[in-house]
Design a protein around this ligand. Structure first.
Ligand SMILES: [Mn+2]
Length: 211
């Protein structure tokens, strides 16, 4: 599964596939125009894999679409309630503000990080602080979204645990997010799980000048 697009000046792409031999992936992503130049990204990994995992992730995806302008901690609680009679999921939410920041919140094992170009090469600017738990089954008491500053061109990367923990090495920021996600999926997906990777970045102004 490959999808990509633009919302305003934010370029995004996702690549994913089911566990080899299976038809249905329990990994999902949600890309929503949150209004005011912001885009809400969510990556969900239904517990286990297959149809039951997909059912859990689908419930969360629907509730996010219906409540996209709510704060991230509220969205996490809504996902929790919507998945109460499912096996649950790991959920990472990232609200990409077109101006200069990403606000994010994660429960369970979906990794989110921001990569930036530096004189030393591509480095990790920030990684989401993941809280243990299973959304739909056991939600942590303290849900505290964090905000990271980003610059035009910085890459938001969100991966389920079916992707081998990715270092910044090997990612070429000059390529499109569609190429970057396809490449990560091809090179770093595990044979033992569903796998999904989402990438997004703010492409800056039309001239890449002062903004
Ligand atoms: Mn998984």
């Amino acid at each position: 599964m490959h999808e990509d697009g633009f919302i305003g000046r934010i370029e995004w792409a996702v690549a994913g596939r089911a566990l080899p031999g299976q038809h249905i992936s329990g990994d999902r992503c949600v890309v929503l125009d949150a209004g005011g130049g912001a885009v809400l990204f969510a990556v969900l990994d239904g517990l286990g894999h297959g149809a039951a995992a997909a059912d859990a992730a689908d419930r969360a995806a629907q509730v996010l679409a219906e409540n996209r302008s709510e704060p991230l901690d509220v969205l996490m609680v809504l996902c929790h309630r919507a998945m109460a009679d499912t096996r649950g999921a790991a959920v990472s939410l990232a609200l990409f503000d077109v101006k200069d920041s990403i606000r994010w919140l994660g429960v369970g094992n979906v990794d989110s990080r921001v990569l930036t170009a530096s004189p030393a090469g591509l480095t990790v600017r920030a990684a989401v602080l993941l809280t243990g738990g299973i959304v739909g089954y056991r939600l942590p008491q303290n849900l505290q979204p964090q905000t990271v500053q980003v610059r035009a061109g910085d890459l938001l990367l969100m991966t389920t645990d079916g992707i081998v923990a990715e270092s910044a090495e090997g990612i070429d920021l000059s390529r499109s997010t569609a190429e970057i996600t396809a490449d990560i999926l091809a090179r770093h997906a595990k044979d033992t799980d569903d796998a999904l990777v989402l990438a997004a970045r703010h492409r800056g102004g039309t001239t890449n000048g002062v903004s």
